[in-house]
Ligand binder design. Structure first.
Ligand SMILES: Cc1cc2nc3c(=O)[nH]c(=O)nc-3n(C[C@H](O)[C@H](O)[C@H](O)COP(=O)(O)OP(=O)(O)OC[C@H]3O[C@@H](n4cnc5c(N)ncnc54)[C@H](O)[C@@H]3O)c2cc1C
Length: 397
């Protein structure tokens, strides 16, 4: 019997497996895909992540494609744009997730790939994990790291279905473009772009230049109406018209995927089980970025499970440290982002963009926020303070 079985070897699952195995617990990491596998994603995150998970630095060459240095945020209607300096690391998920899985394996986690989990049966003594291939994995505890359509979330009752309007449907494509053309289009800084509420629909678009590819995507909240395929085609045409994308890029090679963007589910623990990452809705409602949150949650889950295993008490009560850890780390941050998301879709958004446009420092602050996908209390306070200061400055002049 394993101490812990983790379902899903994305950023959340592989990080949880890495820490648990490192602490000496027998850990099985199950994924329905064979690795390396790709995942529809923008592949952008703040380089700060490598400071937070410093063991990744030794593997950086295997996944770090490039660093973009300037971010541009375009509001709905695109009358003004905010341009600020903030580094964003670009990766390809096929390479990044493979590096995370290898790290977990090297620390002692046992991989069980190409194996889809079908059902989960928990009793007082253990959990039985049944796979589509007829295998049964016996474990003391289970971690649901199986993404937005999580089987573990459903089977444990922690998230049976997403409430209406809490998912964003995306189209994304990684377009091959040669390196010199990328420099021609996006400069030495490899400017990356975010678009708020394209076509007047709640959601976001992005354009991330890398080394030999440009990643373009659009997400629209699922109950907003209208056709995503149509909007994505218009989005690509707009980028081409504005000289931001090569004319030969064809929108029909895009892939579809869902992202939970209404904040985390309220409860992520139950006896012998917990949820991490997308399965628990741990994604920035503002930018759709979830890699960093997934990894943080994976680490917190491992620490909480290690304590519970040592106490030989895997009841929900004993796993409360996990729920508290992620709430303390980014629970409030997500609430603030939900408020910011509402502001972005409200009528005062254009006024805020106008104010931001007049101040370079404010633009850097906003670029940092978009690159890290995080609004800590301090960041939010600094931005609000700066907005007030810019307004006052205008009045006094
Ligand atoms: C189009 C798009 C663009 C995005 N862009 C960015 C970005 O630029 N930056 C960023 O930070 N975030 C981005 N995100 C969000 C980010 O991809 C997720 O937040 C992140 O991958 C969550 O990690 P995870 O480990 O929780 O889940 P996932 O990465 O989804 O991993 C889940 C794993 O579970 C496996 N699995 C699923 N079901 C089963 C099953 N039944 N049995 C066994 N295995 C199973 C899957 O094969 C998969 O490997 C984007 C998302 C999308 C959809």
């Amino acid at each position: 019997m394993y101490d812990v079985a983790i379902v899903g070897a994305g950023p959340a699952g592989s990080t949880a497996a890495r820490y648990l195995a490192k602490l000496g617990f027998s850990t099985c990491l199950i994924d329905k895909c064979g690795f390396p596998r790709d995942k529809p994603c923008g592949g952008g995150f703040s380089p700060q992540l490598l400071e937070e998970f410093s063991y990744l630095k030794a593997r950086e060459d295997s996944f770090a494609v490039s660093i973009s240095k300037t971010g541009v945020l375009h509001p709905r209607g695109r009358l003004v744009a905010l341009r600020g300096r903030a580094d964003m690391m670009m990766t390809l998920r096929e390479q990044f997730d493979n590096a995370l899985l290898n790290e977990a394996i090297d620390c002692g986690a046992q991989p069980l790939t190409s194996c889809r989990v079908k059902s989960v049966q928990a009793s007082k003594e253990k959990v039985l994990v049944h796979t589509s291939e007829g295998k049964v994995v016996e474990t003391k505890a289970i971690v649901g790291a199986d993404g937005v359509n999580s089987t573990v979330a459903r089977e444990t009752g922690l998230n049976v279905r997403w409430p209406a309007g809490s998912l964003t449907a995306c189209k994304v494509m990684e377009i091959p473009v040669n390196e010199s053309r990328i420099t021609d289009y996006y400069g030495e800084d490899r400017e990356y772009h975010f678009f708020a509420n394209f076509g007047g629909r709640p959601g976001y678009g992005w354009l991330f230049p890398k080394i030999n590819t440009v990643n373009v995507g659009l997400g629209i909240v699922t109950n907003a109406g209208g056709s995503l395929v149509e909007q994505f085609s218009l989005f690509v045409k707009m980028l081409q018209h504005e000289g931001l994308l090569i004319p030969s890029a064809e929108p029909d090679c895009a892939r579809g995927a869902l992202v939970p963007t209404a904040g985390p589910v309220p409860c992520t623990i139950v006896d012998r089980a917990l949820l991490v990452g997308d399965s628990a809705g741990m994604v920035s409602p503002l930018t759709g970025g979830g890699i960093a949150y997934a990894m943080r949650a994976g680490k917190f889950a491992a620490i909480a499970l290690a304590g519970a295993l040592e106490r030989e008490d895997l009841r929900a009560k004993s796993l409360l440290t996990y729920q508290r850890a992620w709430q303390h780390s980014f629970g409030r941050d997500m609430k603030r982002q939900l408020i910011a998301q509402k502001l972005f879709t409200s009528s005062i958004a254009n006024t805020l963009f106008e104010i931001g446009h007049r101040d370079l420092k404010l633009q850097d602050m906003v670029a940092h926020l978009m690159a890290s996908g995080s609004t800590s209390a301090a960041t939010a306070a600094r931005i609000v303070g700066r907005v007030v200061w810019v307004c006052l400055r205008e009045v006094l002049h």
